[in-house]
Write a protein that binds this ligand. Structure first.
Ligand SMILES: [Zn+2]
Length: 609
C-alpha cells in the first residue's frame, strides 16, 4: 500500500514537472506562431494543451521509472545507489545537452525563428524542471535507504490533476465543430518550385518527363494557361497564400516578410477547424518569411524525398480529420543535377553541371556559357522535372493506394518557371529578372473525384491568385472582399471556360522593376526606370513591350512600335497599376535582416549577391 503511494507520488511529481516544461514549450510555439495576434485561439489552446499533456505523460513515465530503478538499487546497497546517482548526473549534464544540440531541429523545429534569449530561456526552464525532478528522485531513494520514507504529498496530486485537465482540454477543443457549412474535405497543395508550364507532357512537351502529372491532369482539370503573379519564389507563393498581387501583399523584397495582419489561406482553414501542416524546401518559403501563419507545424525538410516522407507520415497521422497540407520542393530549382534526359554525347565529353559559384560568375558577366553547355543545362533541367514528378508522384500513388487521395482536393502548381536562355543570357539559367512566359506560365492541375470533372481542359488564362478563392469555395468557406482572385469552381465541376479577365504580374528580384498585364492573348510589359518613377511618371518614351501570345508564344516580336488598337486600353490599365503602386509605395512591413541559416539555404540555391 505504502509502495503504491510512493509510486503515485513519484508519478504525480513527474507529471507536474513535465506539465510545466511542456507548457513552456507550447507557450514558445504559440509566441513564435503569433497565434494570439492572428486570433487563432483554438490553435493556441491546442498547442498549449498538447505541450502540457505530452510533457506530463513523459515526466510521469520518467519519474516512475527512476523511482523503481533507484529504490531497487537502494535496497541492494548504498554504494550502488550512489554510483547510479553519479551516472545519472553525468548523463544529464554532459550527454543530454550534446544529444539535444544535435537534435534541436527535430525537437525544436521553430528554433530558427526564435530569438536567442527566448530559446535559451526555454532550455533553462525545461532544464531546471527536469533537473529538479532528477534530484528529487535521487534524494528520495537516499532517504528510503536510510529508512526515512518521504510522504506522497499534494505536489504529486497536483501533477495528476493537471495532466488530466490537459487531456480534457485537448479532447474538447479538438472536437469543436468546423465553421458552419465547411465540407471538411482534405486539401493537398503541392508546389513544384521553378517548373515551367511548357514541360508538362499533357501540354505537348515531346519528352516524357511528367507521367504522374499527366495522369493527374487526365483525372482532374488542367488549366493550360495558368499564370504566376511574380517571377520568383517569395512574392509568388505569397500571392498564392493571400490572393493578393505582390505590391499589395508587400513581400516584394527578401527583406520584407509577410505581414502578420494578412489573412492567409492556412489561417482561414485553421480558423474553420482544419488541421494544418507544411513540409517545404525552406529558403524563400520558410516560416521566417511569414509563411507559417496558421500552420500547426511548418517544417523545412530539405530534399524532395524527405519532404514527401514527412508529408505522408503527417497525412496518415491526422486520419479522418479535415486538414490542409502544403508540400513544396526545390527539386527542379537550380542547381540542376539529374542526367536522366541528357544526351549521352555531353556525358561522354565529361561535361559537368554548373555550380553555385559558376552561376554567380554568369550573373556577374564574368562567365559565358557556350551553346553546347546551354543545351546540356537545359536537359539537366528536364531531368530535374522528371525527378520531381517521380518523387512526388510516388507519394501521391501511396496516398491513392491508401484511399486518402480520392477523398482529398489535390492542387498541383508551380510558383514560376526558369529562363533557359529564352530571353536573357545574363540571368540564364534562372528567374526573377523578367516577366516573359518562360517565367510566368506554370502548371496548374486540380483533382478531386466527385467534385472536379475528370479530363477537363481550360484554355482561358487564369491566375495563381485564383487558387485561394477556388479552394475556399470548394470547401464551402466564404471568401473575403479583399481577395483579388476568383473562384474557378464552375470550370472545375463542369469544364466551362471562365470569363476572360485581365491578369497582372509584377515584382522582379533582379534588375529594374517590371509590370505585366495580359488580356486574352495580348500581353504588355512595362519597365519604368526607377529614377523617373521617383521623380513622377512621364509616360512618353517609356520602355514598353507588347506581344500577341497567340501568334508569338515565345515573345520574340514586340508590337509596341505600332501598337494594335485593341492593346491601347491594356497598356493604359497597366500604367494605372504602375502609378498606383508608386504613389502608395509597397505594402511591405518593416524590413529586417535575413536569419543566418536562411541565408545559407538561399546560397545553396544560387541566390548569391
Ligand atoms: Zn520559386
Amino acid at each position: 500500500m505504502q509502495q503504491t503511494g510512493h509510486l503515485l507520488g513519484a508519478g504525480g511529481q513527474g507529471a507536474l514537472a513535465g506539465w510545466a516544461a511542456g507548457l513552456a514549450f507550447g507557450g514558445w510555439w504559440v509566441f513564435l506562431g503569433k497565434d494570439f495576434s492572428h486570433s487563432l485561439v483554438r490553435l493556441a489552446t491546442l498547442r498549449l494543451a498538447f505541450g502540457a499533456l505530452a510533457g506530463a505523460v513523459v515526466g510521469l513515465a520518467l519519474s516512475i521509472l527512476l523511482h523503481l530503478i533507484l529504490s531497487f538499487l537502494g535496497r541492494k546497497s548504498a554504494r550502488l545507489l550512489a554510483f547510479a546517482a553519479a551516472l545519472l548526473a553525468t548523463l544529464y549534464l554532459v550527454v543530454a545537452p550534446l544529444v539535444a544540440f544535435r537534435l534541436r531541429a527535430t525537437f525544436l523545429p521553430w528554433y530558427l525563428y526564435s530569438p536567442r534569449w527566448l530559446t535559451l530561456g526555454l532550455i533553462l526552464v525545461v532544464g531546471s524542471l527536469t533537473g529538479g525532478l532528477l534530484i528529487l528522485r535521487v534524494r528520495e531513494a537516499l532517504a528510503a535507504n536510510r529508512a526515512r520514507h518521504s510522504r506522497s504529498n499534494w505536489i504529486g496530486a497536483t501533477g495528476w490533476g493537471l495532466a488530466l485537465l490537459s487531456l480534457l482540454a485537448l479532447a474538447v477543443v479538438s472536437r469543436l465543430p468546423l465553421a458552419s457549412g465547411a465540407t471538411g474535405r482534405p486539401i493537398i497543395l503541392l508546389s513544384l518550385d521553378t517548373m515551367r508550364g511548357d514541360r508538362l507532357g499533357a501540354l505537348g512537351y515531346p519528352k516524357p518527363l511528367t507521367p504522374h502529372l499527366d495522369a493527374l491532369a487526365s483525372q482532374g482539370v488542367l488549366f493550360e494557361q495558368a499564370t504566376s503573379t511574380a517571377p520568383w519564389t517569395l512574392p509568388s507563393h505569397a500571392s498564392i497564400f493571400t490572393s493578393l498581387l505582390p505590391f499589395d501583399h508587400g513581400s516584394t523584397r527578401e527583406t520584407r516578410p509577410l505581414r502578420p495582419s494578412l489573412s492567409m489561406l492556412a489561417e482561414r482553414l485553421r480558423n474553420a477547424g482544419y488541421r494544418t501542416a507544411a513540409f517545404t524546401g525552406g529558403a524563400y518559403v520558410s516560416a521566417g518569411f511569414g509563411f507559417g501563419q496558421g500552420f500547426e507545424i511548418y517544417e523545412d525538410q530539405g530534399g524532395a524525398e524527405r519532404i514527401a516522407a514527412a508529408a505522408l507520415k503527417w497525412v496518415r497521422s491526422v486520419k479522418d480529420q479535415p486538414y490542409f497540407v502544403f508540400v513544396h520542393t526545390y527539386e527542379i530549382h537550380f542547381p540542376y543535377t539529374h542526367t536522366e534526359f541528357v544526351d549521352k554525347r555531353f556525358l561522354d565529353q565529361g561535361m559537368k553541371p554548373l555550380d553555385v559559384e559558376q552561376l554567380a560568375a554568369i550573373h556577374n558577366g564574368k562567365l559565358a556559357v557556350a551553346p553546347d553547355e546551354r543545351q546540356f543545362e537545359s536537359e539537366l533541367y528536364d531531368g530535374d522535372v522528371a525527378r520531381a514528378d517521380f518523387v512526388m508522384g510516388r507519394m501521391l500513388d501511396q496516398l491513392q493506394q491508401e484511399g486518402i487521395l480520392d477523398r482529398a482536393i489535390l492542387v498541383v502548381l508551380s510558383d514560376h518557371g526558369d529562363d533557359l536562355w529564352d530571353h536573357d543570357d545574363y540571368w540564364s539559367p534562372g528567374h526573377g529578372h523578367s516577366l516573359y512566359q518562360e517565367l510566368l506560365h506554370v502548371p496548374l492541375i486540380v483533382r478531386a473525384p466527385g467534385l472536379v470533372m475528370a479530363g477537363g481542359r481550360i484554355r482561358t488564362p487564369v491566375s495563381l491568385l485564383d487558387v485561394l478563392p477556388t479552394l475556399l469555395a470548394l470547401e464551402g468557406i466564404p471568401g473575403e472582399s479583399e481577395d483579388q482572385g476568383r473562384s474557378l469552381v464552375a470550370s472545375l465541376s463542369q469544364g466551362s471556360e471562365p470569363d476572360p479577365v485581365p491578369m497582372n504580374a509584377e515584382a522582379t528580384e533582379y534588375g529594374p522593376e517590371r509590370f505585366a498585364r495580359r488580356e486574352g492573348s495580348l500581353k504588355a510589359i512595362l519597365t519604368p526606370k526607377p529614377d523617373e518613377l521617383r521623380g513622377g511618371i512621364d509616360r512618353n518614351a517609356r520602355p514598353l513591350e507588347v506581344f500577341d501570345l497567340q501568334s508569338d508564344p515565345h515573345e520574340k516580336h514586340d508590337l509596341s512600335a505600332a501598337l494594335p488598337p485593341e492593346a491601347s486600353a491594356l497598356v493604359e490599365d497597366l500604367w494605372k497599376r504602375v502609378e498606383r503602386v508608386w504613389q502608395r509605395g509597397s505594402q511591405g512591413g518593416p524590413s529586417g535582416p535575413i536569419p543566418k541559416e536562411l541565408e545559407e539555404q538561399l546560397r545553396s540555391l544560387g541566390y548569391v549577391r
